[in-house]
Design a protein around this ligand. Structure first.
Ligand code: URA
Length: 247
């Protein structure tokens, strides 16, 4: 890695240092309130190299600490919430058992009856990029249906246009993992409430089991149910690139 590989765009630096979203910190920069090594920063795209001094209104912005990004295998019946509501087990218990502080949170959600990959991070900037409302990173789901999916239903799932909550779904990818016509892999670029179940419901199919195996370049692999693993630096970089609209 060259030193430049460690440099960050100024808007990302400020967002990670807690000055707001990448979009909102652009106003600070445009207003001339941000300096790098004493010079007023000209644009959000200026590079901040490790060791540079960045100030906002004369106050030091500290170099962001290393963020944590983890993969978690959510188990059946666990509610994706950090607030205990009622009796159902939720992620508050999971976070407490793992010894997580308040900053480390799950990104997005899975239904209680869905299992599989959840990303956790304390990097709000990454979380926000992963959850952007429009086209998101591809997410892969293994789907178990009550009955064989008729061939005529397939283009409706993949071509986009199934209406949910008054908005058409984006095109999706559908793959048969084997020969069982009740088992499918569906990949989507959105994260609407119970989206996969409702998409299959729209073509007359009932989902009996749903398991998420990938979020962008990050895969669940053989991570055991209930367990966490820290992502490697390479995985984090690839996830950031995908969340920013990269490959
Ligand atoms: N789609 C669903 O229907 N449920 C999930 O948990 C995730 C995606």
């Amino acid at each position: 890695m060259t030193p430049d590989d460690d440099a960050l765009r100024l808007n990302r630096f400020l967002a990670r240092a807690g000055f707001g979203s990448r979009r909102s910190v652009e106003t600070l920069i445009a207003d001339g309130r941000v300096r790098i090594d004493g010079e007023v920063a000209a644009s959000p795209g200026c590079r901040v190299a490790p060791g540079s001094r960045v100030t906002v209104d004369g106050k030091d912005a500290s170099w962001p600490t290393a963020w944590r990004v983890l993969a978690h295998h959510k188990t059946l019946g666990v509610v994706t919430s950090l607030r205990q509501q009622g009796q159902a087990p939720c992620l508050a218990g999971v976070a407490a058992a793992a010894g997580f502080g308040p900053g480390l949170v799950p990104v997005g959600r899975l239904d209680a009856d869905t299992t599989g990959l959840l990303i956790w991070t304390d990097d709000g900037d990454l979380a926000q990029a992963l959850l952007r409302p429009r086209r998101q990173v591809w997410k892969r789901y293994e789907v178990r249906l009550a009955a064989a999916l008729p061939p005529s239903a397939r283009p409706r799932l993949t071509d986009g246009g199934i209406m949910l909550d008054g908005h058409p779904c984006l095109p999706a990818r559908l793959l048969p993992p084997g020969r069982d016509p009740r088992r499918w892999i569906l990949e989507i670029q959105e994260g609407r409430n119970r989206q996969v179940r409702r998409m299959f419901g729209a073509v007359g199919a009932t989902v009996l089991g749903l398991h998420r195996t990938a979020i962008g370049p990050v895969t669940l692999g053989d991570l055991a149910p209930g367990k966490f693993r820290e992502l490697t630096a390479g995985e984090i970089a690839a996830l950031r690139a995908a969340a920013d609209g990269g490959p």
